[in-house]
Design a protein around this ligand. Structure first.
Ligand code: CU
Length: 129
């Protein structure tokens, strides 16, 4: 063993300071890197409903910090699948009343589609300004 038991059991003041600094760094990094962290939203929520077989607002324009909530109003299987980006992980739903939220913190254009109904036009785009 290269380190003593006493040292590992009691990290001391320097150890705590380093731990606190690491926590700050991790928090700063994740805030910068995660464009959909719900902790930094403006509190504005805009809802899009899934019907048979379309999104209620196929093109939705929002400001940064807005939370978009998709709500399934059908008993049909639908998805909200990112098209060419990884801003969120695909959501799957098959029960009325189920919801899914993404808070957009960075500007950009975020297309998505429903896997089983893409070919009949169940597609959408979120434009964040
Ligand atoms: Cu669908």
């Amino acid at each position: 063993m290269k380190y003593s038991r006493a040292r590992s059991a009691s990290p001391g003041r320097a150890g705590f300071a380093i731990a606190a600094l690491m926590t700050l760094l991790v928090a700063a990094c994740s805030e910068h890197q995660d464009p959909t962290d719900p902790g930094n939203g403006s509190g504005v929520v805009v809802e899009i409903t899934l019907t048979d077989f379309q999104f209620s607002q196929p093109e939705l324009r929002v400001t940064r910090g807005t939370t978009v909530r998709w709500r399934n109003t059908t008993a049909t299987f639908h998805t909200v699948t990112p098209d060419g980006h990884t801003t969120w992980t695909e959501w799957q739903t098959s029960s009325p009343g189920e919801t899914f939220e993404v808070t957009f913190l960075e500007p950009g254009t975020f297309p998505y589609f429903c896997v089983p109904h893409r070919s009949i036009g169940m597609v959408g785009t979120i434009i964040v300004e």
